[in-house]
Design a binder for this molecule. Sequence first.
Ligand code: SF4
Ligand code: SF4
Length: 394
Amino acid sequence: MDNTSLYREASKCVRCGACKALCPTYMTTSNETMGARGRVALIGELGTKRLAPGRNLAEKIFSCMLCGACKGLCPLGIDIPEVMYQGRAALRRSYKRGRLLRAALKRSLSRPDMAFSLLRAYRRFLYSPLHKAGMAGYMPEVTSKPFKDSIQVYKNIKRTGRVAVFAGCSVNYFYPDIGNALSAVLVSKGYEVVVFRGESCCGAPFRAFGLQREAADLARRNIEHFNRVRAEAVISLCPTCTMVIRRQYPVLAGDTIANLMDVSEFLAGSGIASGLEIRPARVTYHDPCHLSFGLGVREEPRRILRGIRGVEFTEMRHADECCGFAGFFSLHFRDISMSIGRKKMENILDTSADVVVTSCPGCIMHMENLKAECGGQFEVKHIIEVIDEAVHTA
Ligand code: SF4
Ligand code: SF4
């Protein structure tokens, strides 16, 4: 979408307000310019030149969580998250707070491992004092052994099938155990598993910072690499990656990764999760925004969890409301992020669940942080970790 199309799209808005109903930043701040309708109106005003690009305007557009809760609510069919992405591209130079991260992201394009090495050094030497002083948001350890650098092809004599893994940066660098859990489950069920070193960032953080061209480059790299791998499915462990690859790659790069599936879709369709059992536990499920609003995957993870013997499944209130993470949003809009997250914690605590299951590494990161703050006794797990436990205790 070029700027003319962007402004034309925003100008269709009739200000009905339907899109505000589920907007987490609006519900938290009650501020019109921090809500879906207000943001679309601001982009419309930018198009008519009644507003000029500037810091305040950029702050409002970059404060959108890109959660997609507003998508599908507009009676005129305006794709509001897409308007926000394009608005960011138009306003990226006005978003002054994003300068450092934007520059770091651009540098990471050619040397992603180097970028994560620097992040690891920061985590080891600077993070603790800054975090204790309230000057740095929560960040888990950064591994020195990225998941994608593990064994590249897990051979299997049973040959149930051949699948590849799209782990995503969070799993690769922060939570390699989630990737290892997937490999262990698949291998135990007879699959040959390809872990692909050629995987690049899906591009989501680049789009979030308005770096469209860079996101398109990454899309092309991933499409070229993954479509060369002979596999019946490419299993993704991160709903944001899945949503970006499935919904946005066709627009960014004119193609996508064939057979990409979220891990819950794959598990539900393959029968891998049937007949499993875990130690008795009360379990609830948190819907990651990009899986529920972005891809409409809501029933599969619940069906999987309900089917495991030992799981006492309990639904939390507003399970599909955002946890408050939204990537860099949790750094730049920390108060709103924590406020949204605290509501999520209340809803979790009300269920008395022993385990909160989700399928997004970003949600896990944020909920771990919030859990520590509220003294919660529950565990937070990725759905594949639950399946891994069940497969290996069977
Ligand atoms: S994407 Fe989410 S935060 Fe952004 S306007 Fe829509 S509902 Fe609000
Ligand atoms: S739902 Fe659509 S028409 Fe109504 S305020 Fe939101 S963007 Fe405008």
